[in-house]
Design a protein around this ligand. Structure first.
Ligand code: DON
Length: 312
């Protein structure tokens, strides 16, 4: 796919401008503290990294500082589960936006333990179960998978974050047990939660995350290694889910303002792609009321506005 205008874009100048324009917003978001370890972060940090399919990369600000990827990891586990279970996966988890907060329990009872989509916590816990139940040594497997996608062998779980998530993850434990009662969790609940908390606690920087999303901009094939992670059809479906469900009950606003399929995490990261062209990761820990990075969403809105490239 060619957008026809990208050859005229000065990517570095564009992101340098964005880094200046978002400065007033850095103090306005709220750093997540419901997992205590998440609040141990410099609250005015801002980084952005772009990876183009042709291998070029551009960075600004704190793009090489590690942060907690949190729910961005749900894209890695979903990719793994989708490639393992194929369309059988959708018998266990839906594909509709939820319109509820990411950790809500309400919908689950009405819908008999089948989560609305794979990106709310309940859905990601079912996806985690699909990986755990079908993969030996699932935690190390997913770490290696992410390292391969990002081309960085040093990516690892932040153990302090993992322990903090585990100690304060009562709502996730409730979701998992509730779904187990409906028969929608196969493996041992503690094993599934360890996998879920573990991959949420991966430490990565903007450069790693942007690179790790490139396969979604390239019909499922990593453009640098040539390895296929999803079929073209599966990559299309993943991107549709990112657009409609990737930023929770703000997905409509994100599509309206940014116009890219993307996934946020409460660590303040957002990864997004433009098919056929690029992936981008922005990080700024102050969140808006939906749990998405406040300055991060604005930075991506400025990015698609200035470059005049979005999926629409
Ligand atoms: O389940 C949790 O609370 C976290 N480990 C992940 C939450 C998250 O990032 C939701 N996203 N915005």
């Amino acid at each position: 796919m060619s957008y026809g205008v990208e050859s005229n874009i000065d990517w570095q100048t564009t992101i340098d401008e964005i880094a200046i324009e978002i400065q007033p917003l850095l103090s306005q978001g709220q750093v997540a503290n419901y997992i205590p370890e998440l609040s141990n972060v410099k609250d005015d940090a801002f980084g952005l990294s772009i990876s183009l399919l042709d291998g070029q990369e551009f960075q600004v600000g704190d793009a090489s500082t590690n942060f907690s990827v949190q729910s961005i990891s749900k894209v890695y586990s979903l990719t793994k589960a989708f490639s393992l279970l194929k369309d059988k996966l959708w018998e266990r988890v839906g594909k509709e936006p939820s319109g509820n907060p990411f950790n809500s329990l309400i919908q689950l009872e009405h819908e008999n333990g089948k989560p609305r989509n794979p990106f709310i916590n309940a859905g990601a816990i079912v996806v985690a179960d699909c990986v755990v139940s079908n993969t030996p040594d699932s935690v190390n497997t997913i770490i290696d998978y992410v390292r391969q996608l990002a081309g960085n062998k040093k990516i690892a779980i932040d153990q302090a974050m993992f322990q903090s998530e585990k100690s304060f993850g009562h709502r996730n434990a409730a979701l998992a047990h509730f779904m187990k009662s409906y028969g929608n969790i196969e493996s041992d609940v503690d094993e599934v939660l360890d996998f879920y908390f573990g991959h949420c606690s991966l430490k990565m920087n903007c450069q790693d995350v942007a690179k790790s999303f490139l396969f979604l901009a390239n019909h499922g094939v990593h453009p640098i290694t040539g390895k296929r992670y999803l079929t073209a059809s599966q990559a299309k479906r993943m991107n549709a889910l990112l657009l409609t469900c990737g930023t929770y009950d703000a997905a409509g606003d994100f599509a309206f303002r940014v116009g890219m399929p993307g996934k946020s995490g409460v660590g303040g990261g957002i990864a997004a792609i433009i098919p056929g062209l690029l992936s981008v990761c922005v990080w700024s820990p102050g969140l808006d009321k939906y749990g998405n990075s406040l300055a991060g969403v604005k930075a991506l809105e400025l990015f698609t506005t200035k470059t005049e490239i979005s999926i629409f």
